[in-house]
Design a protein around this ligand. Sequence first.
Ligand SMILES: Nc1ncnc2c1ncn2[C@@H]1O[C@H](COP(=O)(O)OP(=O)(O)OP(=O)(O)O)[C@@H](O)[C@H]1O
Ligand SMILES: [Mg+2]
Length: 284
Amino acid sequence: MMLLELEQASYRYPNGGVGLEACSLAIRRGSRNALIGANGSGKTTLFQHCNGLLRPQSGVLRYAGTVLDYSRSGLRQLRSKVGLVFQNPDHQLFSASVQEDVSFGPFNLGLDEATVRRRVSAALDAVGMAGFAERAVHNLSFGQKKRVCIAGVLAMEPELLVLDEPMAGLDHAMKTEFLAVLDGLHAQGITLLLATHDIDLAYRWADYIHLIDSGVCTASLPAADLAYRDDALSALGLPLPTVVELQRRLTARGLLPKGLLPRTHSELLTLLDNTYDGKEAPCC
Ligand SMILES: Nc1ncnc2c1ncn2[C@@H]1O[C@H](COP(=O)(O)OP(=O)(O)OP(=O)(O)O)[C@@H](O)[C@H]1O
Ligand SMILES: [Mg+2]
């Protein structure tokens, strides 16, 4: 069942620049999705359509089967279900303290104070920022600001969480932790859509990969299919995931049995270890 569908959406910026061009994208309820495309390909523009910040000049946005009419109530309802985390945390955070910032959305929904307090504390917990409620936003590190942005959106209890390059600027440890946070949200039933330039991450994490080029979604496919859909990637000048590249070379040279499709480096290493456990690799 599709949760969000953008159908043939076209959007031009006031200066005439093309944002989207007859772009279609469908997101299944409960799935993990990665959107991949070059700088300027339309990822941020597409995301701003997902919660109605931008309205397509033609085409429609459908949420849970209902076409968005862009009325005040339609937009309010959509935004209570779709949480958008901006690419740049400084564009999202505007309150003095972490607590205030994360509370803003739920207060705006008209929730009572006790409910807001409960939601804020659960959201800060979920992103590993429980001890930071009283901290000043402007003193946080970039990665911490990103987490607070996510907490602010989580406190709205969205069904669909849309994250614009959430990993950019995070160190390795924070990326790993962040993936665990996303997996926790997914386990709670939240549908996830994130933009990334990291094809390896998309391959190992996502259920579905969507490719965008010059404002057009050129392909949507199960992530596992990337292993043999180089055409879709190479059309955009994108490399194969490293693990697929390695698996292919190793299989072609007879170093790995045919038909094994590891999704992560550690899976590939385990396969190699299992294949050569106690044996010499064939020598060259
Ligand atoms: N406010 C704006 N006014 C005019 N043109 C814009 C505006 N914002 C984006 N664009 C243009 O729309 C196109 C898509 O931009 P967008 O920001 O959606 O790309 P992106 O895929 O998010 O890129 P990046 O990877 O750099 O974040 C680009 O050509 C960009 O120059
Ligand atoms: Mg962008």
